[in-house]
Design a protein around this ligand. Structure first.
Ligand SMILES: NC(=O)c1ccc[n+]([C@@H]2O[C@H](COP(=O)([O-])OP(=O)(O)OC[C@H]3O[C@@H](n4cnc5c(N)ncnc54)[C@H](O)[C@@H]3O)[C@@H](O)[C@H]2O)c1
Length: 424
């Protein structure tokens, strides 16, 4: 299907559309829950005429979400939530075949990145969709006049939820948001198994490096860090965890990893990966102390987990040695390799999470948008969790789609679990 109406867009190359179409179809096959939602949306049109602006990683999976929202009647504009995560063939297909105005180009600079967000704001959204809260933040900072027209929004990732909660706490959040990240069917799977696998994929594609027998330092033992540590160990790496939270550090220790501060891990790490959502976790002093050939990468939301300014300042020279690998040579001769300019390595150097896991994240997105359209007027200007019925419903559908049945409580068990009288 080719859309006869050429919509507004900023694509790198529209001739890539046929390649994007096939890749989107490939992802769709792994997204049965989203497919079911799309079929219902087509029938019921719950988003009919609703203007949505979405700032998300423009990948094949996001394309399937965008097509689902459009099938539900939405009038959707899409831009990238990271300058390096865009898949240009996907943009081309969304514009050409689906008539979805999409503004994103891989390797776009910061000025272009924000120009694309402005294009989505120019759509005068009633619903916002974010992955990192850049769209909501730009709306609040520079377009307060448009806020009365916004009924609500959704947020996909941990870092975005932290920013929005901070806006709420400071009394500046001007419309309700559903924190999709907080759904169990999102972070337990996407952050853990998605980031776990795709971060390794990004590192391997960027470097073709052997992990077996290497010291892999994992900064942050939250959902993403746990997943990555587990998968790195599976490939034979010696995993070292750094943390600031004593509970998480203890968990990592009892999961069988070595735990130490970054200052001790930095000189012995072969590959060091940040997954924290925090600032300068690998700082100048750590980079200066690394061994020759150490690889540093980030899979947290923003590119400020590794102190890149310190690398630029302290290194004697820099060159791009492979597509996603920058070599920094320090005055004492040791080289440190930075992957994907410190941006989310799984999206910069690979394709992001596998579709099977994004199926649940984007089912949450689609159903949260529908929930927001139906209920926003009853909500306060706060960050809300995804309703439990939606979350559990998605888990049920995913199990069904995977052909896995589970037991049901018998009436006797239900009674037993609700009672307090029976004991030993
Ligand atoms: N790459 C991806 O595709 C992807 C997917 C999901 C989430 N994310 C992003 O990854 C980041 C982590 O998400 P999460 O869901 O794992 O969050 P989380 O809150 O579950 O875990 C973060 C962990 O980092 C630890 N931490 C904070 N500062 C630290 C420091 N200085 N040193 C060591 N540890 C530190 C915290 O104690 C916490 O345990 C966020 O920025 C999130 O938005 C990325």
């Amino acid at each position: 299907m080719t859309n006869p109406v050429r919509v507004e867009h900023d694509a790198k190359d529209l001739s890539l559309a046929p390649k994007g179409k096939l890749r989107i179809e490939w992802a769709e096959a792994e997204m049965p829950v989203l497919r079911l939602i799309r079929q219902r949306f087509e029938r019921e049109q719950p988003l009919k005429g609703v203007r949505i602006s979405a700032c998300l990683h423009v990948t094949t999976e996001t394309a399937n979400l965008a097509i689902t929202l459009k099938a539900g009647g939405a009038d959707l504009y899409l831009c990238a939530s990271n300058p390096l995560s865009t898949q240009d063939d996907v943009v081309a297909c969304l514009v050409t075949d689906h008539g979805i105005p999409t503004f994103a180009q891989k390797w776009e600079d910061n000025v272009t990145y924000y120009r694309h967000i402005e294009a989505c704001i120019g759509h005068k959204p009633q619903i916002t969709m974010d992955d990192g809260a850049d769209l909501v933040s730009a709306l609040h900072k520079e377009h307060a006049d448009l806020i009365p027209g916004v009924i609500g929004g959704t947020e996909a990732t941990t870092t975005g939820v932290i920013r929005l909660r901070s806006m709420q706490a400071n009394g500046v959040l001007k419309f309700p948001i559903v924190a999709v990240n907080e759904a169990l069917t999102k972070h337990m799977f996407d952050n853990r198994y998605g980031t776990g696998q795709s971060t390794l994929d990004g590192i391997m594609r960027a470097t073709n490096f052997l992990l077996a027998g290497r010291n892999v330092v994992v900064a942050g033992y939250g959902w993403c860090g746990r997943g990555f540590a587990m998968r790195a160990r599976g490939l034979g790496a010696n995993v070292i965890v750094t943390e600031i939270d004593p509970l998480k550090a203890l968990e990592a220790l009892m999961d069988g990893y070595r735990v130490m501060p970054m200052v001790e891990a930095a000189p012995i790490g072969d590959i060091l990966v940040t997954l924290t959502g925090d600032l300068n976790v690998i700082d100048g002093q750590h980079l200066a102390a690394m061994k020759d050939g150490a690889i540093v990468a980030n899979s947290g939301h923003f590119n400020d987990e590794i102190n890149i300014s310190a690398m630029e300042r302290d290194a004697a020279s820099k060159r791009r040695i492979r597509e996603f690998v920058d070599e920094y040579r320090y005055p004492d001769g040791h080289r440190v390799y930075l992957l994907g300019e410190g941006r989310l390595v799984n999206l910069a150097a690979a394709e992001g999470h596998p579709a099977a896991v994004m199926d649940m994240s984007f089912a949450n997105q689609a159903l949260s948008v529908e929930f927001m359209v139906r209920h926003a007027r009853e909500l306060e200007k706060k960050v809300y969790d995804v309703p439990t019925e939606i979350d559990r419903g998605i888990a049920r559908l995913k199990l069904e789609a995977m052909g896995v049945a589970i037991d049901k409580l018998t009436p006797q068990q239900e009674k037993y679990l609700a009672s307090w009288e029976s004991g030993t």
